[in-house]
Design a protein around this ligand. Structure first.
Ligand code: ZN
Length: 115
């Protein structure tokens, strides 16, 4: 039996699970839905906020206008990368409880960085 696959509507963001892509038609807008490049079980393991964020990013990526508007923002957006890394580290700390940063090597790095 074929595994369920996640599909979402690029028009309204509705998502549902189908075995066959040809059956994936949005019940709200009658538009053909797009398959999500993620396994069904991986999607099910996400909580509602994570699913919402993932699908929001997909919708943004598919919009040429939004992509053009975000381009300068992306090119000057180190803060978002740093914020995401801090969030990941926070999740590690919460999930393991015993997580500690690795002690820094005393050896000088070859690129001259001291920080
Ligand atoms: Zn729709």
């Amino acid at each position: 039996m074929r595994e369920l696959a996640v599909h979402y509507c690029p028009e309204c963001g509705f998502y549902a699970f189908y075995q066959l892509s040809r059956n994936a038609v949005c019940p709200r807008c009658a538009r053909k839905m797009t398959p999500l490049d993620m396994r069904y079980q991986d999607f099910m393991d996400l909580d509602c906020a994570q699913r919402d964020e993932l699908l929001s990013r997909k919708l943004i990526e598919q919009s040429p206008l939004v992509a053009r508007l975000l381009k300068p923002h992306r090119e000057n957006n180190t803060r978002e990368i740093i914020a995401n890394l801090i969030a990941v580290i926070g999740r590690w700390k919460r999930s393991s409880g015993s997580w500690r940063p690795r002690t820094r090597s005393r050896r000088t790095r070859s690129n001259g960085c001291t920080g």
